[in-house]
Design a protein around this ligand. Structure first.
Ligand SMILES: Nc1ncnc2c1ncn2[C@@H]1O[C@H](COP(=O)(O)OP(=O)(O)OP(=O)(O)O)[C@@H](O)[C@H]1O
Ligand SMILES: [Mg+2]
Length: 243
């Protein structure tokens, strides 16, 4: 497998805090790669730099063999790199169906004028069906449970037909049934050729789903390898036990 995403020496400081400290790792095309690490180890900051929400102080990001360091989030979205947020971001004042529609790049004006291409209308319908959300299609996102909002956010990023999806804690604050649903949808899309990089604290979830696992500690990668090796790695144990 070739690397779809390469992160090399990525660095970001907030004042005197080096939140990400020369982090390097690769995400192979076709993998479900986990990025784990203790609270505050820089996972979300890394996601923000990779996806164009924060500019790095140093280092490189390559996507599909091309340098994309510092590229804007919209341009990366167009190239097939997208993400979800630790606190689900959906438009609460729009319906479920409208959330999927705006994710296809339509302006709100087009949305209400219903000038959608047939292909996009069909994609919305397919996603509503696939995510079993047809019965809530006309509900406002504000009326959904937190877990359903996370699911909607995931469905919405799929509107762009991405090659790589970054998920920031997809199961946090979500009930066990919804966790299983989320896992099911990740597996389905992975089977259809989408590559994933997933930040997650739920270790059983990571062990079931992800290979390889990259571990970040104080902004730097300290381990990258198969899930069975991560639990017995002394550097990883030390990082989690805080020694
Ligand atoms: N905008 C910011 N300004 C100042 N400090 C920040 C900012 N964003 C993150 N930090 C700090 O950078 C460090 C890394 O934060 P980050 O959110 O990337 O960690 P994380 O690994 O995602 O943690 P968690 O598992 O709790 O989500 C933390 O010490 C955090 O307080
Ligand atoms: Mg985080």
């Amino acid at each position: 497998m070739a690397a779809l995403l390469e992160v090399e020496g990525l660095t970001k400081s907030f004042g005197s805090l080096r939140a990400v400290d020369s982090a390097s790792f690769a995400v192979e095309d076709g993998s479900i790669t986990a990025l784990i690490g203790p609270n505050g180890s820089g996972k979300t900051t890394l996601f923000n730099m990779i996806t164009g929400y924060l500019s790095p102080d140093g280092g490189h990001v390559r996507f599909g063999g091309r340098e994309v360091t510092g590229a804007a989030s919209g341009s990366l979205y167009g190239r097939g790199l997208t993400r979800t947020f630790q606190q689900a971001r959906v438009f609460t004042q729009l319906t479920v169906e409208e959330n999927l529609t705006v994710a296809a790049g339509y302006s709100w004006r087009q949305l209400f004028g219903r000038r959608l291409s047939r292909a996009d209308r069909e994609r919305v319908a397919v996603l509503l069906e696939e995510f079993r959300m047809s019965h809530v299609a006309d509900l406002y996102a504000s009326e959904l449970s937190y877990g359903q909002r996370k699911l909607l956010e995931f469905a919405a990023v799929l509107m762009s037909q991405p090659r790589l999806v970054l998920l920031d804690e997809p199961t946090a604050g979500v009930n066990p049934v919804m966790i299983a649903t989320m896992e099911h949808h990740i597996r389905e899309r992975h089977g259809a050729g989408v590559t994933f990089l997933i930040v997650e604290h739920d270790m059983p979830f990571v062990m079931r789903l992800c290979d390889p696992v990259v571990v970040l500690d104080r902004g730097h990668e300290i381990f990258a390898g198969p899930p069975h090796a991560v639990q017995s790695d002394t550097r990883v144990l030390d990082a989690y036990l805080g020694s």
